[in-house]
Design a protein around this ligand. Structure first.
Ligand code: FES
Length: 243
């Protein structure tokens, strides 16, 4: 094997043709700065045109290329082949996802979960003629959660999300937190009702798998715990008011 040749093993599966997934091995000449996504294109364009994988921005922004790279959820476009230790690079789709083909997963359930938390700003009335003004201090709580690129890595490794398709999961709950702490939003109570439900924050068992998996180093577990506190606080205040 040439010194700069890397072995890449890809988990292949075509639900229309295969009864079981299987591993296929490819050899690629590593070039300086070559990412796993570059290597996949090398295979697609020069060795095997049947290989399926997702991508869009190629810059770590769209989240499309999330996959398991040698045992860890990562973005293929942000991971250099030289950064992976070991003799070979193993590529498989995000776990517990419906596979469309090879490394390409079906994100329908992921986005269904996301839609449930109303992942958009519901502005306060009267609506401003131009934008809503927010001070730098008010912006601080959303600085981190807005960096979520919705790659689905966190939800795919959450064992609570595996067992319950109705559980909102870490990505949707991080999104709900992002709007709950946004001073421009007008429906915090409605948002708390959604996350307080049976399939909301209380299903999180603080396993931190989502934190480990996030390629943007975000902390969905912390966002979920903060929302639990908000739900709890609302309950407590409601009880006090009734007395
Ligand atoms: Fe967009 Fe990798 S292709 S994040």
């Amino acid at each position: 094997m040439a010194a700069d040749e890397v072995t890449i093993k890809v988990q292949r599966f075509d639900p229309a043709a295969d009864s079981m997934p299987y591993w296929q091995t490819y050899k690629v000449q590593a070039k300086p700065g070559m990412t796993v996504l570059d290597a996949l294109f090398e295979i697609l364009n020069h060795q095997d045109g049947s290989l399926a994988f997702r991508f869009c921005c190629r810059a770590g922004v769209c989240g499309s290329c999330a996959m398991v790279i040698s045992g860890k959820a990562r973005l293929a476009c942000e991971t250099q082949v030289t950064a992976i230790r070991g003799d070979e690079i193993l590529l498989s789709p995000l776990p517990h996802q419906k596979i469309i083909k090879d490394l390409a997963c079906d994100y329908t359930l992921f986005f269904d979960r996301l839609k449930k938390v109303k992942p958009y700003l519901v502005g306060k009335e009267p609506y401003p003629e131009r934008e809503y003004i927010q001070s730098p201090k008010e912006r601080v709580p959303i600085n981190e959660p807005i960096d979520c690129i919705m790659c689905g890595s966190c939800t795919s490794v959450c064992s609570m999300a595996w067992w319950s398709k109705d559980y909102l999961g870490p990505a949707a709950l991080l999104k709900s937190y992002r709007f709950l702490v946004d001073t421009r939003d007008s429906i915090p109570d409605e948002r708390l009702d959604i996350i307080e439900s049976e399939d909301g924050v209380w299903r999180c068992h603080t396993q931190f798998n989502c934190v480990e998996a996030c390629p943007k180093k975000l902390n969905p577990t912390e966002a979920i715990q903060r929302q639990k506190m908000k739900v709890f606080k609302r309950k407590l205040l409601g009880r006090r008011k009734k007395k």
